[in-house]
Ligand binder design. Structure first.
Ligand code: HOZ
Length: 425
């Protein structure tokens, strides 16, 4: 494939944008080489400025659950834009969105819109501290909750890919208030609660961690978290920015039946526009300004274009029962990948939940960050580039999750399985 235009664009970008990118995971540092620059995207395909086309499994890092540029979202955004693109005073679409979230997400009684997942988790933490009048929080190694100061400790996603799980610029005093534990470690969790339970404001986690590859809570782990938080008066926060509206209509909490006190949302909920949300128990949410003492605000929060795009996408998912179809496509990709692994005699680990998946270049079981880090990142990088050259775009890091959309056809999936087999071979 020829990448002349992408190469010049990247050279120009690097002069004016740090690292040439507006978010580090886009820089391809985890796999080497240079990112391609996108000209346009439609359905399951993304086309670069040199005219190369790829079957896309990044899906703008999760939001594109219907595929790229779906008609319903474009029409909703266009029609809404005709009436004004931002008001900074309430508009009725905000109520429609709040009603829908409260109906669909089991634990949410009240919700506030923000502009990114990072804002959502940051606001959850402040609210939990304000509500409990405690300062410490527990997070899990490899879980990534956006670039919030107190959560950039042993973080996943780009922070992990680029070897900076503890970012420079986070005051030690902030990091000291964050206790990190290995995911799925029951003994460590119990012991920290026994030691410091009365100081812990909240436990925050991705209930299915998807930023250090993809792995799952062991049976009973989420239930134990719920029980310990309730016993010690700490709040349980689910970061469902990636899993919300994707692994089920109501996210992991619907699938698992475990109810958090607060939930952070983003990605799918915005239909590709910049959106996040956080919500939960009414008595906790009522601590927010202007009713309560915890301040949180945003000029563009509840922006009409973002609300319209998100509502259109979510309603379309509901109309076509998208989750069932995604499960079928996911199962097909899983079957094809497992067949490719058999054919090439690789005993690598493949994890999938619905339309989210990860192929670890590692053997044995993977239940936490340390397990995920056994992956052969050099072999992954070679695999990534072979797939890209053959027209299949996976996330440019071993420590990210792939996303299937409703726009992926069975032919796309079959072709992907062929490419995976060739790239592994
Ligand atoms: N949560 C996203 C993927 N793990 C992050 C995307 C980004 O940092 O740009």
């Amino acid at each position: 494939m020829i990448h002349t235009h992408s190469h010049s664009a990247f050279a120009a970008a690097k002069k004016r944008i740090p690292g040439g990118v507006n978010s580090p995971v886009r820089a391809f540092r985890g796999v080497g080489g240079e990112p391609f620059f996108v000209d346009r995207a439609s359905g399951s395909r993304i086309r670069d400025v040199d005219g190369n086309e790829y079957i896309d499994y990044v899906g703008t890092w999760g939001p594109a659950i219907l595929g790229h540029a779906p008609r319903v979202v474009i029409d909703a955004v266009k029609a809404t834009a005709e009436r004004g693109v931002s008001f900074g005073i309430p508009n009725p679409l905000e109520i429609e969105m709040a009603e829908l979230i409260c109906q669909w997400v089991p634990s949410i009684e009240k919700v506030r819109m923000v502009n990114s997942g990072t804002e959502a988790t940051m606001s959850c933490i402040r609210l939990a501290r304000g509500f409990t009048k405690r300062e410490k929080i527990i997070k899990f190694e490899g879980c990534y909750h956006g670039h919030v100061d107190s959560l950039l400790v042993k973080a996943g996603s780009g922070a992990l890919t680029h070897g900076e799980p503890d970012s420079a610029g986070v005051p030690a005093a902030f990091a000291d208030l964050t206790i990190t534990l290995p995911f799925n470690d029951v003994a460590a969790l119990r012991s920290v609660f026994m030691r410091e339970g009365s100081k812990i404001a909240a436990v925050i986690l991705e209930p299915i961690p998807a930023n250090a590859g993809l792995y799952f809570p062991r049976e009973g782990f989420l239930e134990l978290l719920r029980q310990q938080c309730s016993e010690y008066g700490a709040l349980l926060i689910f970061d469902e920015v990636m899993t919300g509206f994707r692994v089920a209509r109501g996210g992991v909490q619907e699938r698992s039946g475990v109810t958090p006190d607060l939930t952070a949302l983003g990605k799918v909920i915005g239909g590709g526009l910049p959106v996040g949300a956080f919500g939960g128990r009414a008595d906790v949410m009522d601590q927010l300004s202007p009713d309560g003492p915890v301040y949180q605000a945003g000029t563009l929060s509840g922006n009409p274009l973002a609300m319209a795009a998100g509502l259109a996408q979510l309603r379309e998912m509901e109309r076509v029962n998208g989750w069932q179809k995604l499960e079928q496509l996911g199962a097909m990709l899983e079957e094809g990948t497992r067949e490719a692994l058999r054919k090439t005699k690789r005993d690598f680990v493949f994890h999938r939940v619905g339309s989210m998946f990860c192929l670890f270049f590692a053997k044995g079981e993977i239940h936490n960050l340390a397990d995920a880090q056994r992956s052969d990142r050099t072999a992954f990088a070679a695999f990534f580039h072979r797939c890209l050259d053959a027209g299949v775009y996976f996330a440019p890091s071993q420590f990210e999750t792939g996303f299937i959309s409703l726009a992926h056809s069975e032919q796309d999936i079959a072709r992907t399985a062929e490419v995976v087999a060739e790239a592994l071979g």
